[in-house]
Structures are given as C-alpha cells and as structure tokens.
Ligand binder design. Structure first.
Ligand code: TMP
Ligand code: ASP
Length: 239
C-alpha cells in the first residue's frame, strides 16, 4: 500500500489517500487545540503517543466485537485505517459530570451520572459544535434512523468495555467523544480514541490526566498522556 496526497487536515490529525480506494493513512500531529481551535500549541511527542494509544484502544474494542476503522500502525505517527463516509455528528457519553454539561446545566463537576448520559453534537467548529438531537439528524439527513440507533448502541458498548479497562488501570473514564462512519453499508467506529477526546481521572486522587490539563493550563499534558498509556500497558518503546 502506498501513501498518496493529503486529503484533509484536521486540528490534530491529517488524512492521506492511498493507492487503495478503501484505505487512508491517519497522521497524528503534535498540534493540540481547545475551545474549537481557539487555543493552540505544539506538544512534543503527543502525536506519536496518541498514535500508539489509539491503536491500543481500537484493538481492545475490536477484540470485544466493536468494528473500527483501525487496521495497523504504519509509522511513529501514522496508522492505516479503512476509509469511512463519516457522519457529521459526535457521540458523547458521560459517566461523571465535567466540562460543558456543568456549564450548561449548572451541575457540580464530579457528580456521578446514573445512568450515563448520551448527547449528540454537530461536528462544526464555526458553530462551536452545537448540541443536537435525533430529530435534527433525521430532518437534515445527517444519518439514517438505523445508523443513529447503531451509533448509540456502539457508543454505550464502548463504555462497557473501556470503563472496565480504565478501572483496572486505576482510572475513571469520566466522558468521551466518538465519531462513526459508514463502510460498505456497515457503521464503524472512526476518528480516534485518545486523551485528546476523553476525560480520564486518577481513581483515587481524581487528578486530571487528559486534555483538560491543556484546556485549563494545568501543565504536564504529555506527561499525563504518557502516564495513562503506561498504566494501560500501551507500548511506547521508541517514542
Ligand atoms: P464537553 O464537556 O466539552 O461537551 O466534551 C465532552 C467530552 O467529549 C470531552 O471528553 C471532550 C470530548 N469532545 C471532543 O473531544 N471534541 C468535541 O468537539 C466535543 C464536543 C467533545
Ligand atoms: N472541541 C474540542 C475541544 O475543545 C477540540 C478543539 O476545540 O480543538 O477539546
């Protein structure tokens, strides 16, 4: 398989075409952004750590029957993935209140959410990723009803698998964002699962070990990602 020209550059990843119409190369960059791209920085080694982190998580999910776009690691910052037709929505599950739900509903950070909540957001930085519901997805044709149902089902299945995985590493999975796409009629998990798109707290101290360290200017961002990876047993050799 041969890497070809860049198809698209997101805020933290670039996507390249390949000589296979069904395959893409994902390149994880060191660029780190928050607040819909308003705050930006280059964090040394973050791209390589996130590439390995994502490969590890996607592999665990596949072992639990969750189909993902991930195929294999290609280089320090790159992975081969299936080319999906992405739905322009973000699926967020929250186990503990943090971030936008606290602001929006006046909820205290750290409260357990029982049952976990599910929210859809529109993937649109210019509009600041507004919250949407299934009626909007239907009315604007962003995904079919069966695809919406599958995205919700898979997002909760990911929660069952990852809550346990992180718990065993002494971490609380506070919340996370997933993106899905269609591949030959099936709904697959796409994008990434890294500390850039979830919240992880130390189970005992509740120390933040995710992108909130960057958003809130707490420092030690890459060190926190590395600590989480090490606790999970992600292979970071050579990084
Ligand atoms: P929120 O609290 O800002 O709504 O985010 C909830 C979780 O989803 C948090 O772990 C960050 C992640 N997320 C993203 O990574 N990108 C996004 O565009 C959104 C809306 C959420
Ligand atoms: N909306 C995401 C965040 O605040 C990503 C970004 O803004 O770059 O984490």
């Amino acid at each position: 398989m041969q890497k070809k020209q860049e198809l698209y550059a997101g805020k933290a990843k670039s996507v390249f075409l390949t000589d296979d119409a069904d395959r893409l190369v994902l390149h994880f960059r060191n660029d780190t952004t928050a607040f819909d791209g308003e705050k930006k920085a280059q964090l040394e080694r973050k791209g390589a750590i996130n590439n390995r982190f994502n490969a590890f998580i996607m592999t665990r999910l596949a072992e639990h029957g969750i189909e993902t776009h991930f195929e294999k690691l290609l280089g320090p910052n790159e992975s081969v993935v299936k080319r999906l037709t992405m739905f322009p929505v973000e699926c967020v599950v929250r186990n503990i209140a943090a971030g936008s739900i606290c602001k929006r509903l006046g909820i205290q950070e750290g409260i357990d959410l029982n049952p976990p909540t599910f929210e859809f957001f529109l993937k649109n930085d210019a509009l600041h990723d507004p919250m949407i519901n299934e009626y909007h997805i239907r009315a604007f044709g962003w995904a079919a009803d069966a695809e919406v149902a599958r995205m919700k089902e898979l997002t909760f299945k990911v929660n069952d698998v990852l809550k346990r995985l992180f718990m065993a590493a002494g971490l609380l999975l506070v919340d996370y964002k997933l993106e899905f796409g269609a591949f030959h009629g099936r709904v697959l998990l796409g994008d990434e699962f890294t500390p850039d798109g979830c919240r992880l707290w130390d189970s005992n101290t509740r120390k933040k070990l995710d992108k909130d360290r960057f958003r809130q200017g707490l420092g030690g961002v890459v060190e926190a990602y590395e600590e989480v990876a090490q606790r999970l047993g992600v292979d970071l050799s050579g990084i």
